[in-house]
Design a protein around this ligand. Structure first.
Ligand code: 4NP
Length: 161
């Protein structure tokens, strides 16, 4: 979180429930930011397009797989609100449905300009969507982390550009 100085950039990861994919994005990018000594310049958060899980910790399966790779997912779920369009510089949706939901809530051109898909930061042959792991096995959670880890360097680069 902010250390008191004005952050240079703020990024919000968004998925459906804010308990699996977007907390993974938040955790991976926060570690990258910390490792690079950028904590006073970058703010990272996550949210869900639905409020069903609001107040819950990240899914235990996601936390376990993330912790095996050195990431701490210690936030609580919250629902995206239109105020987030003003509070963040970059809003990264995990899949096309999340992006469509965000587009429906974007009322101004500069809101639309902040929206990205995570796969915009992946090689062109990558899957367009980060698959929802909620109803599947552990390999789905590993795949989420694989995709997020691959994308985060580019996300940070765009944020600090
Ligand atoms: P997430 O995963 O969007 O990556 O947090 C899901 C979490 C909960 C549900 C679906 C997806 N759900 O249906 O409750």
């Amino acid at each position: 979180m902010s250390t008191g100085k004005t952050p240079r950039g703020a990024v919000l990861f968004v998925c459906l429930g804010n308990i699996c994919r977007s907390p993974a994005g938040e955790g991976v990018l926060k570690k990258l930011v910390t490792d690079r000594g950028l904590r006073d310049r970058v703010r990272v958060d996550s949210a869900g397009t639905i409020g069903y899980h609001a107040g819950s910790p990240a899914d235990a399966r996601m936390r376990r797989v993330a912790s095996q790779r050195g990431y701490r997912l210690d936030g609580r779920a919250r629902q995206f609100t239109s105020a987030d369009f003003e509070r963040f510089d970059l809003i990264v949706a995990m899949d096309s449905d999340n992006l469509d939901d965000l587009r429906e809530q974007a009322t101004l051109p500069h809101h639309h300009a902040k929206l990205r898909l995570l796969s915009d930061f992946l090689p062109a042959d990558a899957s367009r969507d980060v698959p929802d792991p909620y109803y599947g096995g552990v390999e789905g959670f590993e795949e989420v982390l694989d995709m997020v880890e691959q994308a985060c360097d580019g996300i940070l680069g765009e944020l600090l550009r």
